[in-house]
Design a protein around this ligand. Structure first.
Ligand SMILES: Nc1nc2c(c(=O)[nH]1)N[C@H]1C(S)=C(S)[C@@H](COP(=O)(O)OP(=O)(O)OC[C@H]3O[C@@H](n4cnc5c(=O)[nH]c(N)nc54)[C@H](O)[C@@H]3O)O[C@H]1N2
Ligand SMILES: Nc1nc2c(c(=O)[nH]1)N[C@H]1C(S)=C(S)[C@@H](COP(=O)(O)OP(=O)(O)OC[C@H]3O[C@@H](n4cnc5c(=O)[nH]c(N)nc54)[C@H](O)[C@@H]3O)O[C@H]1N2
Ligand code: SF4
Ligand SMILES: [Mo]
Length: 898
């Protein structure tokens, strides 16, 4: 924080309301602060998003806010610098490049994890003052398709519904959304609503059987990428089965005939739809019937729809069905694009994407360009849209963009063809990165690395999936020399000579301007209007209560739901149905290739810069995985627990095989999170083709053809160490433990283990080792003053190195003779039970204990909770507890009955 009044020297412990910085659910958090540290968090009962709940990531907010890898000082070319010198260097670089090559030779790449105020300033500086729209954001990878689909249908990028609609609906359709993992608190709200109103039906549409299917009455495991066919089929079905709302269509829609004609031509019957989508016709018909017969239906869509070479069309095909059947603008009835990042929506509001202007205006409307220019008194207003993310990095690679400033995102991990992106940055003349973490894969390539504040230090607003604006509060002082992103940008702007327009003293100054722009010459024409805040006082801003936009004279307390009057923001005030020609993904797999699907796991956030540092968040899934159907695995000679190698674009992804009959044949699933800080070769995006949707530029992240084979190392094993030190090996992945690190290792050449250990740990003079005569296995442990410092277990076939969690707790512990033997054996003895994989992160309850409790009579998640506490804190593991009860009790019961 730059404002001392906000830091406030904290008394012993004080309570503050703030907002979670992870997902787009946007939960309200009570943070307890003591001695300038957030020491505890709990859910805010009064926040409309979560009503007191938090998921496992939210519950761990205070544990992840301090990182040993924190970036504390500005760095220029690897050398510590001062703020003034670093910004002078940056400004000189930008100025020279702009003078020589014009403003389009520079670019900003931003993030939905910036605050609205940061985002506003970045966008204003580039589009209004530097004079280029080469400003794009990771929202391109995330929400771009939904944004365009909204704009096409409604005139503006409006999310019509609210979370309450998910609870009050009679039919909830979750399409390409693993809500249980990605929006856990929304999922818990749905679970509760369904338990209270069992007539509510849930349909999940996802090629995989995910944790979200735990509550599904019907799961359509469709062929990857077939969604627009499925929804075109639904539109035809509605027309054929009296499912159209003619009154609503007559009064509020246009374009139905053309949309229907295209849908009918492509998907004339349910049978054809079922064949194209590769789902049982009876199941599909059941879904169509349900949708047709249920006035209150909500369709939530997320990355399974957006991240596609035809994501806009897929979004349109969903919205079409809601418009045609009048299921919009009413309680419990709406299409709902659920957003991923905490401020993806705020970014859209300030126009953070290269084709947008501030306050939901756009380059496609000359009057908008003029309005924004006049409002900003912009000396160099950009007149055309800029380059979208993938095109932007291609232009960097070609040398056309010579300076890029990256803020709050890690493109070397998260962009498609990630090795190309890395190469582009290596070639770029000037790479500036605002980060909190010193050594992210992107930060490592920065010429200028600038320390930014992050959650609990920065202060400003974010907007969640249901248009709710909340304050993320500055509660503790910035560490080292870190500054707020908006402040860094303003200092830079002033160095470029833009004194006026960037002299904000506090985020409220920016928020007021942003609010005023939303009202500027609006006259009810634009959806985004928060004019009520144009004159908000600093005191009111610092206590801002969550509120859903629009917030204006007509709706001073905000707006829960949009379009209740059947009026839209198009010139005709009617919503448009869009004619959609459904298409499959651009690049089908060749013979022998499989489709790589990518997505989230429960306890990690993106590139792990924060969640990777919390041992208990690592415990649910501690290693990059490859989920594969058992039959495919058998065909390829892959076994559970071994390593697989996936290949595409000359890159490799190594991951641990997990047999999963919830996978479709021919498709593997890998997590997006691992990166070069945590594993040797597990950046999924290095294998993703940079294929994008031609309209919105969003990449096809969910569908990459890859070659899959077994990885056969010469040796493999694991290392426990108090130091972050492991042997160079072809495969390694790092797992944080409470008192050190665990590495899983595999390599394709021989190694002299005893020699490596002695050279890597010279301080150890007390070694205990076992090696067999044929050198098929080696185990060594080193002690300093009797305490365990390092332990290595390796073998040729991996058979002798079964891991037990017991060893994870022994680092740093004094070890007597018995314990030394136990360390060498790798487990605490037959009377020490291994917990197995951790299912409940909050209480660290492992799978083995849960299975045992089920055998002993705990036959529901509630009974398990009573016995072991699992699932009783944040509830994120409830779907998995139910699954274990299914497998280990209900399925056995069913077999017994048969
Ligand atoms: N734990 C956790 N939560 C997060 C995040 C995180 O990193 N970790 N990130 C946040 C962000 S930024 C985002 S954008 C959201 C994303 O939230 P989601 O979109 O729910 O998450 P994903 O796992 O990316 O993908 C969702 C599902 O799409 C499915 N899918 C793949 N192909 C298809 C297809 O062709 N059709 C259909 N119908 N489905 C398909 C995948 O199998 C996957 O289960 O999560 C947010 N929440
Ligand atoms: N294959 C595949 N790839 C994907 C996806 C997928 O589903 N599949 N999903 C895509 C999606 S939807 C998304 S949203 C992206 C996410 O991908 P990224 O945006 O690259 O992921 P993050 O790890 O969230 O990166 C945020 C960075 O900002 C830093 N940071 C945190 N707070 C602040 C702050 O206040 N200021 C500054 N300056 N820095 C901060 C963090 O340390 C971190 O390094 O990944 C995309 N990539
Ligand atoms: S659901 Fe979890 S990660 Fe998302 S905002 Fe709420 S607490 Fe944070
Ligand atoms: Mo996202």
């Amino acid at each position: 924080m730059t404002d001392d009044s906000l830091i406030a020297v904290q008394p012993a412990a004080s309570q503050h309301k703030t907002t979670c910085c992870y997902c787009g659910v946007g939960c309200g958090v009570n943070a307890q602060v003591s001695h300038s540290t957030v020491i505890a968090v709990s859910g805010d009962r009064n926040h409309p998003a979560n009503l007191g709940r938090l998921c496992v990531k939210g519950t761990a907010l205070h544990q992840t806010s301090q990182s040993p890898d924190r970036l504390l000082h500005p760095m220029v070319n690897g050398v510590r610098s001062t703020w003034d010198a670093a910004l002078e260097h940056t400004a000189n670089g930008f100025r020279r490049i702009i003078d020589e090559h014009g403003p389009n030779a520079v670019a900003f790449y931003l993030s939905g994890q910036l605050l609205t105020e940061d985002y506003y300033v970045a966008n204003k500086l580039m589009k209004g003052f530097i004079g280029t729209a080469n400003v794009d954001t990771n929202s391109r990878l995330c929400m771009a398709a939904a944004t365009v689909a909204h704009k096409k249908a409604f005139g503006y990028d409006t999310v019509p519904g609210c979370y309450e609609d998910l609870e009050t609906t009679d039919l909830l359709v979750l399409v390409g959304s693993n809500t249980a993992y990605a929006h856990p608190v929304v999922f818990q709200r749905i679970v509760k609503a369904k338990a209270e109103r069992p007539k509510m039906k849930v349909v999940v549409i996802d090629p995989r059987r995910t944790a979200t299917c735990d509550i599904a009455d019907l799961h359509l495991a469709l062929r990857p990428g077939a969604d627009a066919f499925l929804f075109n089929g639904l539109l035809s079905y509605l027309a054929d089965h009296d499912g159209l709302d003619q009154d609503f269509i007559n009064s509020s829609c246009e374009g139905l005939d053309a949309a229907l004609a295209t849908a009918r031509a492509q998907v004339p019957s349910v049978a054809q739809a079922a064949t194209i989508c590769d789902v049982p016709a009876a199941d599909l018909e059941r879904f169509y019937q349900l949708f047709c017969a249920t006035p209150k239906a909500v369709t939530v869509f997320s990355q399974g729809i957006n991240q596609s070479s035809s994501g806009v069309d897929k979004g349109s095909s969903i919205i079409n069905c809601h418009l045609a059947s009048g299921k919009i603008g009413k309680p419990g009835a709406t299409p709902f694009s659920i957003t991923g990042q905490p401020n993806a929506m705020g970014g859209r509001e300030v126009g953070g994407l290269a084709n947008q202007l501030a306050a939901h205006m756009g380059f496609d409307n000359p009057a908008h360009i003029d309005k924004v220019a006049r409002f900003w008194h912009a000396p160099n207003m950009a007149q055309h849209e800029g380059l979208k993310a993938v095109d932007m990095f291609e232009a960097i690679h070609r040398g056309e963009i010579k300076a890029v400033w990256i803020m709050a995102t890690n493109p070397v991990v998260s962009m498609p063809d990630a090795n190309f992106v890395r190469e582009a940055l290596e070639r770029c003349e000037l790479v500036v990165v605002n980060e909190c973490i010193a050594n992210t894969d992107t930060a490592k390539l920065a010429n200028v690395l600038l320390p930014a504040t992050t959650w609990s230090e920065k202060h400003g607003t974010v907007t969640n999936s249901e248009r709710c604006i909340s304050l993320q509060k500055g509660l503790v002082p910035a560490p080292g020399e870190a500054l707020n992103d908006w402040d860094i940008l303003c200092r830079f702007a002033r160095k470029l000579g833009f004194e006026q327009g960037f002299d904000y003293q506090h985020p409220v100054d920016i928020f007021r301007e942003h609010s005023a722009l939303s009202a500027f010459e609006n006259n009810g024409e634009r959806d985004f209007d928060i004019s009520a805040f144009a004159t908000i006082s600093k005191a009111d801003y610092n206590q801002l209560a969550p509120v859903q936009w629009p917030v204006n004279a007509a709706a001073p307390n905000g707006t829960k739901r949009m379009f209740s009057d059947g009026r839209f923001f198009t010139p005709s005030k009617r919503a448009r149905l869009i004619s959609v020609t459904a298409r499959f993904p651009k690049k089908p797999p060749n013979n022998g290739q499989m489709i790589m699907n990518t997505g989230r796991i429960r306890d990690q956030w993106h590139t792990m810069s924060r969640t990777g540092n919390a041992p208990h968040l690592m415990s649910h899934m501690d290693e990059p995985g490859v989920d594969i159907h058992p039959a495919d695995a058998k065909q390829l000679g892959l076994s559970e627990g071994e390593l697989a190698v996936l290949e595409n674009l000359g890159a490799r992804y190594l991951g641990r095989i997990k047999l999963n009959d919830g996978q479709r044949r021919g498709e593997v699933f890998v997590p997006i999170h691992w990166n070069d800080r945590f594993a040797s070769s597990s950046r999924a995006d290095a294998l993703v083709n940079a294929i994008t949707d031609p309209i919105c530029g969003q990449p096809e992240f969910k569908h990459s053809p890859v070659k899959v084979s077994a990885y056969k190392p010469v040796w493999q094993g694991y290392l426990h160490t108090t130091q972050d030190l492991a042997p160079a090996s072809d495969y390694w992945c790092k797992i944080l433990l409470a008192t050190g690190f665990k590495y899983r290792l595999a390599h394709n050449a021989e190694c002299d283990w005893a020699k490596w250990l002695r050279s890597a740990y010279p301080q150890v003079n007390d070694w205990v080792e076992i090696r067999d005569s044929a050198r098929a296995f080696y185990t060594g442990a080193g002690f300093v003053n009797g305490a365990l410092v390092v332990a290595l277990h390796v073998s040729r076939d991996g058979k002798d190195v079964a891991e037990h969690r017991w060893l994870d707790d022994q680092l740093g512990q004094p070890c007597d003779l018995n314990q030394r033997f136990a360390v060498l054996a790798g487990h605490g003895g037959s009377d020490v039970e291994d917990e197995g994989r951790i299912v409940c992160s909050c209480y660290q309850v492992g799978e083995k204990a849960i299975v045992k409790a089920i055998a002993e009579g705990a036959h529901s998640s509630a009974a398990l909770g009573e016995k072991l506490r699992c699932g009783t804190n944040c509830g994120s593991c409830l779907p998995e507890l139910n699954q274990l009860v299914n497998i280990h009790y209900l399925a056995k019961l069913a077999t017994a009955v048969e």
